[in-house]
Design a binder for this molecule. Structure first.
Ligand SMILES: [Zn+2]
Length: 527
């Protein structure tokens, strides 16, 4: 005879489709709430580790909606974790909140028109994911309260994702210790998910610093030892060696400290590398090689290589098959948003302006991409959700708030992010997210099977070891100066939802605005 528990589960499973319909309707009815979140965070436009306005806004909003919030987690001032509910399962919803240097852009304008010249902007679209998660969580919470469904909802921000700066620390802090499933959301140009290894890379982000000796660069250059010489020789060494690295690697650097002025031999200089590879052993191999080359550069210049500093890290992600398949069923039910003629006009105009394929917005759903075979992985970008994915069964929901064919990490990627395209895309994402949370709350076998995949397939031969070392600390000082420089100017553009229905309305932008006949850009937008 079936136990009472089994009978309850059967009963629950029978009500699941009706509850799913209910959350879809509920999320749709919250469209304005979702739009306000998307627009508000777009207007804050904060760089990694400096997301103070964004976090304050989200923390207030979650507290107002009954969540308990702990701030400053893992020693990161802008990181927090919000929880609501009690008991198992614990479903954790995450999404990034930081933006891109020099990507300031007027939304809805299909060519390069910065709101503030040189300022940061949401040129990755990280202003939209929390709106997806929070809208979904509130719709599910309403049903959980009414039906007395057990379970805990956890919400957290990907702080400084563009620096791959925090998620390994969240793991180290134990943020996911009691979590059953992590659902992550990330902006894209389609409604999609996938499972297995990501196409891209993991990475370690390292600052190499050299100590030399200053001297008058003209009066007594023989008395100086240039730390900048060491940086340049390290870069030359790396660029030659690059030819003999695996094709899957990606590596790039910037020189955050190249000296002060030409007549002073630079006594200190630093170079910041992203070293990307497909897996942990290859990432560590690259790190060791970079360290060898740095030592060589120090020897050539009679300077000293100072202790390196890890500024960020990411495991290559691996996403859970069971949860991805369940999520994809919901994606098929929700489908892509209905784009208006104006939405499509913006997309086409931008694509033509930057020379991308003139495809317009997505009108056909992506398929559920099956796991990539090892020889299909050719490297690419990274996301520190990878670290989470090796500790808890995780999937990423990608939602259609952006325009296809854009370069990424660029002003062009900010254009749609406070327009109806982003708003509709976030609403579609929130519907799928809410339905998937319901699946997990009401069909415990999904969680059992997800952990079975995690333990017996994903981590069968691979054990997670963090790329951050015991002595490493989050690089919370990054971007402080840039934000301090631009924030006073940016403040005048913060969105005021009490006064304006949308951010476009506040900025006085005609939607969409295309390049003028005389070739100028953004004349329709005069904030
Ligand atoms: Zn991102």
């Amino acid at each position: 005879m079936p136990s009472l528990n089994t009978l309850l589960l059967v009963l629950q499973a029978a009500t699941l489709p009706a509850f799913k319909q209910e959350v879809v309707r509920d999320v749709a009815s919250r469209a304005q709430f979702t739009q306000q979140m998307v627009d508000q965070i777009f207007s804050y436009a904060e760089l990694g580790f400096q997301e103070t306005e964004t976090s304050r806004y989200l923390v207030d909003l979650l507290r107002k909606n009954g969540f308990t919030v702990h701030e400053g987690i893992a020693g990161i001032p802008t990181a927090w974790v919000a929880t609501w509910g009690s008991g198992k399962p614990v479903i954790s919803l995450g999404s990034d909140i930081d933006d891109i240097p020099q990507a300031s852009q007027k939304p809805g304008v299909a060519c390069h028109a910065p709101l503030i010249e040189g300022a940061p902007g949401h040129g990755e679209g990280h202003n939209s994911g929390q709106a997806v998660n929070i809208t979904a969580a509130l719709a599910v919470k309403k049903i959980m309260e009414r039906e007395h469904l057990p379970g805990t909802l956890q919400i957290w921000p990907g702080v400084a994702e563009e620096l791959v700066g925090t998620k390994a620390y969240f793991v180290r802090e134990g943020l996911f210790r009691d979590v059953d499933i992590v659902l992550f959301s990330h902006v894209d140009d389609n409604l999609a998910t996938s499972w297995g290894d990501i196409a891209g890379n993991g990475l370690v982000s390292v600052l190499f610093s050299f100590q030399g000796r200053s001297a008058h660069a003209a009066g007594a250059p023989w008395r100086g030892r240039s730390a900048l010489d060491a940086v340049e020789l390290m870069d030359i060494g790396w660029n030659f060696r690059r030819e003999h690295l695996r094709l899957q690697q990606r590596s790039h650097y910037v020189i955050p400290n190249g000296g002060d002025q030409p007549n002073v031999v630079p006594p200190t200089a630093s170079v910041w590398y992203y070293l990307r590879e497909l897996d942990y052993p290859h990432i560590q191999e690259m790190f060791a090689l970079a360290d060898t080359i740095a030592h060589g550069a120090a020897m050539m210049t009679s300077t000293t290589l100072l202790p390196d500093r890890i500024l960020g890290s990411a495991w290559p992600g691996h996403f859970n098959r069971v949860i991805a398949e369940a999520m994809y069923e919901n994606i098929k039910q929700v489908g892509l948003p209905q784009w208006s003629e104006a939405d499509q006009r913006l997309a086409h105009a931008l694509q033509r302006d930057i020379g991308a394929p003139d495809s317009g917005l997505a009108t056909r759903l992506d398929t559920l991409r099956p796991a990539l075979k090892p020889n299909e992985r050719m490297g690419g970008g990274s996301d520190d959700i990878g670290d989470v994915s090796w500790n808890v069964p995780t999937v990423t929901l990608r939602f259609p708030s952006n325009i296809p064919g854009l370069p990424g990490h660029n002003w062009a990627n900010a254009i749609s992010m406070a327009t109806p395209i982003a708003h509709k895309g976030a609403t579609a994402g929130a519907k799928v997210m809410a339905m998937t949370v319901l699946d997990l709350l009401m069909r415990p076998e999904f969680i059992t099977r997800a952990w079975d995949y995690f333990r017996n397939v994903q981590t069968k031969d691979i054990t997670y070891q963090p790329l951050i070392r015991a002595q490493d600390r989050p690089a919370i000082e990054l971007n402080r100066d840039v934000m301090a420089k631009f924030r006073p100017q940016m403040r005048q553009f913060y969105y005021n939802p009490a006064k304006y229905r949308t951010y476009l309305e506040q900025l006085g932008i005609t939607y969409p605005t295309e390049r003028s006949a005389d070739g100028s850009c953004g004349s329709g937008a005069t904030p």
